[in-house]
Write a protein that binds this ligand. Structure first.
Ligand SMILES: *Cc1c(COP(=O)(O)O)cnc(C)c1O
Length: 373
């Protein structure tokens, strides 16, 4: 067995060591870390809901009405109204028949994918997919093929190859709507064409699409008007919704199946009921006129930093780990929290700064950042 001292030293030398930096108080668009005041360009709180008074009030209300702890898996004690109401709202908002909530996006991915596919099936995964999707695909035991990022030709070739040998096996295409470290979008309309043509299913992770895209903020699938064609739409409540937890929307029959088969749902305590109540309020806010205003403000903020980007995730590729870390440290000295993202979160040699914008960033913070960059 390798000794951790040695392994950690190897990480340090490669510029890949990670440690936790203590915050001095609550997080927000302005935060305090190790005695410094920083503008936060690191969070995924794209609409500022993590600090929104209405969501805080909903959390309090949920706490009083439904309590703080669920105390058991929903299959053991029973299902609280706060969870069912959230799921009904999600299903309706996403134009699907049903939804199921999970305690995190990571738990959702590693619970759902292995419940949908197994040994005799196939998973086709985008090369830049999130760690939770990779782990879910591996855990499933299905034959895993990775296609180059957003490469439709390769995806089509893989589909046709599998179908020529296995006319009836289940094929699950797994990808993201907004890629978490690059901020680009998947060619969703084309992927839907392919999956329909070859009789495959699509699992779409809208973690960074919710709140940001679509006329009601429901994501990339809503923006393209194809919500009812995506078989499995996953999202997290930890990003634009400003809370924690996650969900899958799908047909009711699949929900029944997942309640019986998704191990991270079955064998895990239900999320705090107060959280589910607050999440319903966050979903309502995202869909409201105020949500549309926040999205407009977010798009205005994006334009100030990167006129060509549609999403609030703005990578600045640097290459070497040490250089990315040094640039991030220099920005921190100047009063900005902009994280350096390194392998294995991104491919080797593509270490980068990841700037993430929020509707809550004031003009002065954006102007100062643009000047510092
Ligand atoms: C953050 C993220 C997840 C995990 O969601 P959590 O709720 O934070 O566990 C899953 N997929 C993608 C694409 C993400 O960016």
């Amino acid at each position: 067995m390798h000794e951790p001292e040695h392994e950690l030293e190897v990480l340090r030398e490669a510029g890949l060591f990670r440690n936790l930096r203590p915050l001095d108080g609550p997080t927000g668009v302005r935060l305090h870390r190790e005695g410094r005041s920083l503008w936060n360009f690191a969070s995924n709180d794209y609409l500022g809901l993590a600090e929104h008074p209405a969501i805080r009030a909903a959390f309090h209300e949920g706490l009083e009405r439904w309590g703080h702890g669920a105390a058991a898996s929903r299959l053991i004690t029973g299902s609280l109204p706060s969870h069912s109401i959230l799921e009904e709202s999600l299903a309706l908002a996403k134009g699907q028949g049903a939804a199921l909530s999970f305690s995190s996006g990571f738990a959702a991915a590693v619970g759902i994918i292995p419940a949908l596919v197994g040994k005799n099936d196939h998973v086709l995964l985008d090369k830049l997919a999130h760690a939770s999707l990779i782990d879910g695909a591996r855990l499933s035991g299905a034959t895993l093929r990775v296609f180059p990022h957003n490469d439709l030709e390769k995806l089509a070739r893989l589909l046709s190859g599998i179908r020529s040998k296995d006319p009836h096996g289940r094929i699950l295409i797994v990808t993201e709507s907004v890629f978490s470290m690059d901020g680009d979008l998947c060619p969703l309309a084309e992927i839907l064409e392919l999956k329909d043509h070859w009789g495959a299913h699509l699992f779409l992770d809208e973690a960074h699409g919710l709140g940001v895209l679509g006329p009601r903020g429901m994501g990339w699938a809503e923006e393209l008007g194809v919500q009812d064609r995506v078989d499995f739409q996953m999202g997290t409540l930890g990003k634009s919704a400003g809370l924690a937890g996650a969900y899958l929307v799908c047909r009711p029959i699949w929900r029944d199946w997942l309640i019986n088969r998704a191990r991270s749902f079955i064998y895990s305590t239900a999320p705090p009921p107060a959280l589910a109540h607050a999440a319903t309020a966050a979903l309502e806010l995202i869909r409201s006129a105020e949500g549309a205003q926040l999205r407009q403000r977010l798009q205005d903020n994006i334009r100030r930093i990167s006129p060509t980007s549609r999403t609030p995730i703005l990578p600045r590729i640097i290459g070497e780990n040490a250089a990315a870390l040094a640039t991030s440290a220099a920005l921190e000295d100047a009063g900005f929290l902009v994280p350096a993202i390194r392998y294995p979160t991104v491919p080797r040699g593509t270490a980068r700064l990841r700037i993430s914008l929020s509707a809550a960033h004031p003009a002065e913070a954006l102007e100062a950042l643009a000047a510092a960059l």
